[in-house]
Design a binder for this molecule. Structure first.
Ligand code: PLP
Length: 424
């Protein structure tokens, strides 16, 4: 391909992707779409600039307007998360977690978090798995205990593990609550004293649930005992892909220093402007939106259950967040089902079930699929549409219907949902 052909091909691929997603049902729990205003900010001149340092104390000239936007952003983030302190410079959730590790641990320290099959994220993973905490920060990762039936952290067993670590001379210096499969609020309140009594900092990874926390429909980690919280701004939140760390004033200096000069040089100022707009949208529409996200997740889970899927945690209403986890071992494996649904323009992701590794299943072909309702909610879908989605999924996965036929119907269905909701 010549240079110009590659150029044209790239443009064509971008357009093809846009069209495909406009004709699809987006159910990836870590994704969302942002408003036209936010997308415009991403294309602004802010994206060409540097603003190293803190507003008013920059290392570069030309930051007059950037500083004002960042100060607005700090104000809005603090308001939304009821926090004394915020740092909005970390460029992603991963970088936000690295900021926390840098500010609150030393290499060689013990950190506790959920394992990946139990819903944990690669950022809290062990060294041998290449996880950020282990492989990048050199932390010794020990696992929080998960109750498989409740799909939540087991308070008693976790308390025992902490005591055992203390007697082994491996007292944790940081615990990270939060997860990537996160249907129920974590027991921070119940475990806060257990960790604080041994001098352990309590972190909370709100990558997935930031929008639900801001909308006051999930839990309030800082109030419940967390010392510091990391965010992704684009999963249940409204923004473009970015991160942030929120905390208390007493930790402000160590967090600021971990971010810069530690973790960022440029901090994606175009995205920062987008996050600022998204925060304003969240302040205005977040309560309505987050309530509908959770209602939709419950409705989708119920509808899938009724058509014959095995949705986990039925005895407690399936979920209190945007996420649901489905055991598909009766139908095949998560990888094959993911591909089958993709052919019908239904975009979901395969996911490990907590007991998969023990039962010999691998991440490529796990026993589960994970679904999230943030994006379909922003597209204006409500409980009755969740029944339509369950029906489409049934036709592909349970009835084995030709994916081209279902794809055609999905494309028709999506035409009614082309406008973005919950924005100015
Ligand atoms: C997605 C996710 C992250 C990483 O966020 P990015 O913004 O993609 O870097 C961190 N922690 C958890 C629990 C996540 O699910």
């Amino acid at each position: 391909m010549s240079a110009f052909e590659s150029y044209k091909e790239t443009t064509r691929l971008l357009q093809a992707h846009e069209r495909w997603f406009q004709e699809s049902i987006p159910l990836i729990a870590s994704e969302n779409v942002s408003s036209p205003a936010v997308r415009e900010a991403l294309a602004s001149d802010f994206g060409h600039r540097y603003a190293e340092g803190w507003p008013g104390e920059r290392v570069y000239a030309g930051c007059t307007y950037i500083d004002e936007v960042e100060l607005l952003c700090l104000d809005l983030v603090k308001k939304l998360f009821k926090a004394e302190f915020a740092d909005v410079r970390p460029i992603s959730g991963v970088v936000s977690n690295l900021v926390i590790y840098t500010a609150f641990t030393n290499p060689g320290d013990t950190m506790m978090a959920l394992s990946i099959p139990c819903g944990g994220h690669i950022t809290t993973g062990k060294k041998r798995l290449g996880g950020t905490a282990g492989a990048v920060r050199g932390l010794d990762v020990q696992y929080l205990a998960l109750d498989y039936r409740e799909l939540n952290i087991d308070v008693e067993r976790t308390e025992k593990r902490v005591r055992k670590l203390v007697t082994e001379g491996k007292t944790p210096s940081l615990v990270m609550f939060g997860a990537s499969v996160f249907p129920f609020p974590h027991p921070i309140k119940e475990l806060a004293d257990v960790f604080h009594d041994v001098g352990c900092t309590i972190g909370y990874d709100a990558a997935h649930v930031a929008g639900l926390i801001a909308g006051e429909i999930f839990q309030d980690p800082l109030k419940e005992g967390a010392d510091v919280m990391s965010l992704s701004t684009h999963k249940t939140f409204f923004g473009p892909q970015h991160g942030s760390v929120v905390s208390w004033e007493k930790f402000s200096e160590q967090i600021k220093r971990a971010t810069f000069p530690g973790m960022v040089s440029n901090h994606h100022l175009h995205a920062l402007a987008g996050v600022t707009l998204a925060c304003a949208e969240m302040l205005q529409f977040g309560k309505d939106y987050s309530r509908q996200v959770v209602k939709n997740a419950k409705a989708l889970a119920q509808a899938l259950h009724e058509v014959g899927f095995k949705v986990l945690a039925e005895h407690k209403g399936f979920t209190e967040s945007h996420v649901i986890l489905v055991d598909v071992t009766e139908q095949g494996d998560g990888g094959t089902i993911e591909r089958g649904l993709e052919k019908a323009n239904i975009i979901i992701n395969r996911n490990l079930l907590p007991w998969d590794i023990r039962e010999g299943r691998h991440f490529m072909n796990p026993g589960g699929i994970r679904l999230g309702t943030s994006e379909v909610t922003r597209l204006g879908m409500k409980e009755s549409e969740m029944k339509d989605l369950a029906e489409f999924m049934k036709r592909v996965v349970l009835k084995g219907e030709n994916s081209a036929t279902v794809k055609h119907d999905v494309t028709q269905f999506r035409k009614e949902y082309s406008k973005l909701h919950y924005c100015f």
